[in-house]
Design a protein around this ligand. Structure first.
Ligand code: HEC
Ligand SMILES: [Cu+2]
Length: 355
């Protein structure tokens, strides 16, 4: 009776784990088990091999324990006993693990050089810099700089040159490739060829703890058909749009004309000190390029959707949306201390026209 209950409990827990594990793995944009690039496939094959070996070992060990503890349990007519020494058995249980480890080691040793190999000569280059707490992407061949959201063409090799301008970050796009550290003063490389274009972004994430907002340091990779990618490049290469609506024109003036915002409460740096808006006087180099900010889907390192409410909250007090952003040196000021809500709304109207 008791034994039956235990069996029921075990099989119920397995079913639960299986169902919860399987329900999300295919659709989750950050899943590790649905690879969409050559490199991610190599890693997946290793993972699957190790997983099933582990399942076999688990079932064998658990089965053996159950079998032995039931078959040789103490009964009224029989006492349990200890045994010592059995050379044959000891050789077998030394050989089996060696065989299992070899089965894992050989494919691993042949996979590592493939993943670590240099990208093909014609690979597209993207220079990535990790910063507290966002990613800057430069396309040297196309002369564009963007933040936190990139597009790459399907079935073309892409080589990422990974650097950091402050602390150690790490670069990981679970469905495509990674994880590789981004170390200050040292260039690391990673490459892959994506094999599925899709509307939905592939989610990336910093995977090395890098301070207060580490968990808010995401990025998005859009894998496009070649012609969509070319369109995106053309758009990003253009200078920023001039403001159109009256409100946006006011915002543009505030963003561009002010080296600083001076109010009764004190002085805050103007946006142009830190941000670049191509084709305008905003030439800042230390913060995300805002030239086509409204062509992205998210901001603040992939943390928030781009819309009026979110951007108003952001300009008012970035630290409330992303802890630590205003507190760090070179961090974005809390503008609600310096600007009226009308001014902030005008600035946001301008940002939303930067398509
Ligand atoms: C002292 C430097 C500094 C100033 C001045 C500054 N910012 Fe920022 N801003 C930053 C930094 C750093 C980030 C990146 C924060 C993060 O995501 O961790 C940022 C992020 C942003 C973002 C999100 C960009 C993205 O792609 O994720 C917007 C929009 C923005 N700032 C607008 C403004 C506007 C508008 C002003 C002027 C009213 C301004 N900033 C002034 C440093 C600054
Ligand atoms: Cu991090």
């Amino acid at each position: 009776m008791k034994l039956k209950k235990i069996f029921k409990l075990i099989s119920a827990s397995f079913t639960f784990l299986f169902v919860t594990g399987c329900s999300s793995w295919q659709s989750d944009p950050q899943t590790t088990v649905n690879p969409k690039s050559d490199m991610a496939n190599i890693i997946q094959d290793l993972y699957v091999l190790v997983f099933w070996l582990a399942v076999v070992v688990f079932i064998f060990v658990m089965g053996a324990i159950l079998f032995v503890s039931i078959k040789f349990r103490e009964r009224p007519d029989r006492k349990a006993q200890q045994f010592h020494g059995n050379t044959k058995l000891e050789i077998i249980w030394t050989l089996i693990p060696i065989l299992i480890l070899l089965t894992i080691f050989i494919p691993t040793a042949s996979a590592i050089p493939k993943i670590k190999s240099d990208a093909p000569m014609n690979a597209m280059q993207i220079d990535v810099t990790g910063k507290q707490w966002w990613f800057e992407f430069k396309y040297p061949d196309h002369d564009i700089t963007v933040a936190n959201e990139i597009h790459i063409p399907v079935n073309k090799a892409v080589n990422f040159n990974l650097a950091s301008s402050d602390v150690i970050h790490a670069f990981w796009i679970p469905q495509l490739g990674g994880k590789v550290d981004m170390v200050p003063g040292h260039l690391n490389k990673m490459w892959f060829t994506p094999n599925e274009a899709r509307e939905e972004a592939y989610l990336g994430q910093c995977t090395e703890f890098c301070g207060t907002s580490h968990a808010n340091m995401l990025f998005r990779v859009f894998v496009d058909e070649q012609e969509d990618f070319d369109k995106w490049v053309l758009l990003q290469q253009k200078s920023a749009n001039a403001a159109i609506s009256e409100l946006a024109k006011k915002g543009e003036e505030l963003v561009l004309k002010n080296p600083a915002f001076i109010t009764d409460n004190g002085t805050a740096l103007g946006c142009a000190t830190c941000h670049k808006i191509e084709g305008t006087s905003a030439m800042g180099m230390i913060a995300p390029n805002l030239t086509h900010i409204a062509s992205r889907t998210t901001f603040a390192a992939g943390r928030y959707d781009i819309n009026r409410e979110n951007l108003i909250k952001w300009i008012s007090n970035p630290s409330q949306m992303k802890p630590g952003v205003s507190e760090r040196t070179g961090g974005m000021p809390i503008y609600e201390n310096y600007l009226t809500s009308e001014q902030i709304e005008a600035i946001v109207a301008y940002l939303l026209e930067l398509k």
